[in-house]
Design a protein around this ligand. Structure first.
Ligand code: SAM
Length: 272
């Protein structure tokens, strides 16, 4: 379909896009519908959208689900969002930087479902922030740059397998869903986008003894990805640690399974 002839998404208002806030508004109803179908809101779900913008996803969600919380940093969007949502349902707007929002507190004991066409300039920090609150999140349906989604879902041996892949896959099931071309947005970004689903694993089954140590080890391993693990993890894992886990010290980080990183971290964690 020629994107310029695609139906416009049902935004209730328009506002000039702010580049510094990563504003690329979804303007193609076909992709809005695909995202809403991917979210598939069910009665009782507690939906939280990050970055509602002009409401391209917000209003279709609100038409299917009577209550929605959104987190938006741009103060110019708050009152138009409030006005356009009023006839549709109950929209709660959290006017804050999403990186300052405590998702665990927001959930208040009843897990939330996160949705969002994320501001691409801070998409990785948002993912790491969400990981810190994984126990309060039942799932996440996010749109990001396709290149980032490829890294999130990559496996060992792939050129794009790295820290992001291991950190996310250790804590979540990661599924790449579909690609969205630049022409679906106003203004169009320079690159393809993709929608991904993340489902946090039960923390009890993840089996990471010390999450901070695990994060430190994964960062060090990929910080020097061309080096052998013996060198990249010098000072973190000694030969006894490699021997205890069966991971070869002459391997490189990109060859290891997520479970190998967990084993290495657990064998060397002081709290293990
Ligand atoms: N959901 C809308 C859509 O699909 O058209 C807008 C998506 S746009 C890519 C990203 C949105 O995130 C914008 O509305 C932007 O203002 C908002 N945003 C950017 N930085 C933010 C932050 N730190 N906290 C919360 N929202 C932010």
């Amino acid at each position: 379909m020629n994107p310029s002839h695609s139906p416009r998404a049902g935004a209730g208002f328009t506002a000039p896009a702010k580049k510094q806030l990563g504003q690329h508004f979804l303007a193609d109803a076909h992709y809005v519908e695909k995202i809403v179908l991917a979210v598939n809101p069910r009665p009782g779900d507690r939906l939280v959208e990050i970055g509602p913008g002009q409401g391209a996803i917000t209003f279709p969600l609100l038409r299917r689900h009577p209550q929605l919380t959104v987190i938006e940093f741009d103060r110019d969007l708050i009152s138009p969002l409030t006005a356009a949502a009023a006839p549709l349902g109950e929209l709660t707007i959290v006017h804050r930087d999403v990186l300052q929002v405590d998702f665990t507190e927001l959930a208040g004991g009843s897990p939330i479902r996160l949705v969002g066409n994320l501001p691409y300039n801070i998409s990785s920090p948002i993912l790491f922030h969400a990981l810190e609150h994984a126990a309060a999140i039942s799932d996440m349906t996010f749109m990001l740059q396709k290149e980032v989604v490829d890294r999130m879902a990559a496996g060992p041996g792939s050129k794009v397998y790295g820290r992001l892949s291991v950190m996310l896959q250790a804590w979540c099931q990661v599924t790449s869903l579909f690609v969205v071309p630049p022409g679906a947005f106003r203004p169009p970004p320079k690159v393809d986008s993709a929608v991904v689903r993340l489902v946090p694993r039960d923390p009890a089954t993840v089996g990471i003894a010390d999450p901070q140590h695990f994060a430190h080890l994964v960062k060090a391993a990929f910080g020097q990805r061309r080096k052998t693990l013996r060198n990249a993890l010098n000072g973190i894992v000694d030969e006894a640690g490699f021997a205890a886990t069966g991971v070869r010290s002459d391997a490189r980080a990109e060859q290891l399974e997520v479970a190998d990183f967990i084993a290495l971290a657990n064998a060397t964690a002081t709290t293990a």
